[in-house]
Design a protein around this ligand. Sequence first.
Ligand code: PRP
Length: 190
Amino acid sequence: MEHASPKLEPLISADRIAARVDELATAINQQYQGVDELVLIGVLKGSFIFLADLARRITVPHRIEFIAVSSYGATKRTDHPGDVRLIMDIRHPVNGAHVLLIEDIVDTGYTITYLQQLISARGPASLRTCALVRKLERAEVEATVDYLGFDIPDVWVVGYGLDWAERFRTLPDICVVNPDEHESDKDAMS
Ligand code: PRP
């Protein structure tokens, strides 16, 4: 479906993101000091840029996995709140491994909560979560985020992996989609 180009307003600059990613990596490196292997699981698609930048600052030996889910939370379909489905699983087992889940955004909290339950049932040595941004106002379930980039207001954000109808994921800054300009398209995208 074609969408008119919305107006974008900068919210978090690439420089601020980079500085925060550095801080998160420092905290993660301290937390996992001495660990033989950390498994970083990126949640597709939105986390791919955040994961790429964060992982390259992590000095603990690590491997990368990806997982994909389809979320039908309140942002998607109100008739199925919290219904999250696994689309693509990780490639290798994580039982006995130290695992860090990497998300771009925690909105209602359903997706990260689902993934925590899914992975913890597989018996990892430890499981923590890291998210670039979180919309606390939108929380419907209390999700644990051990490493958080930024709390943001309830606005539609794009860039640095985040999309608007699959567009704008590769913008260097995180920007707000002007609500006046996309309101009529919002439902069509979800
Ligand atoms: C986004 C985001 C999270 C989820 C968060 O994924 O990447 O996985 O929504 O929402 P929640 O807290 O309400 O569950 P999206 O379905 O937009 O897919 P994408 O990552 O491929 O853009």
